[in-house]
Design a protein. Structure first.
Length: 150
């Protein structure tokens, strides 16, 4: 998996996740990459906000040669919302909605009684806790509806 920082012709910055550099190039050429804020198909790669620093700033103690410092500028405001929309759309598109049968289907997948695949659905608090106690790795996320993502 490779993550690129991207920008559209309206200067909206966002992130894109790709299987490979070739996958990015292919999607870009076929105009499959669009800005999550304005749907522009005119997209380009931009330098990453992550910076690796090996020299200490004034007043800082020097780090051992084996240590590196990593810093990142995190998105805020509309950039954060655009990233959330992109992630939510990716999750919705890449998982099967099993509804209220989530706990049952998660167990079937965990115990190799059903094909392994990404699923989403609803559980009660008791079902969620029981899955956790059984060692079945699930996470709780807010309910996301496609119409809320535009």
């Amino acid at each position: 998996m490779i993550i690129y920082d991207l920008c559209c012709d309206s200067q909206h910055r966002f992130e894109g996740w790709f299987r490979s550099a070739e996958d990015f190039d292919s999607q870009l050429e076929r105009r499959l990459i669009t800005c999550p804020q304005c749907d522009s198909e005119v997209v380009r790669r931009v330098p990453s906000a992550v910076a690796i620093s090996t020299t200490p700033r004034e007043g800082e103690k020097p780090q051992p040669e084996s240590a590196t410092q990593v810093s990142a500028a995190l998105p805020v405001g509309s950039q954060a919302l655009a990233l959330y929309r992109q992630l939510a759309n990716l999750m919705l598109g890449a998982s099967e909605d099993v509804g209220t049968a989530f706990a049952e289907e998660a167990r079937r997948i965990h115990y190799n009684e059903a094909p392994e695949r990404p699923i989403r659905g609803q559980t009660t608090d008791e079902e969620y806790e029981a899955l956790q106690e059984e060692g079945i790795g699930v996470i709780r996320l807010p309910v996301i509806k496609k119409e809320d993502l535009s």
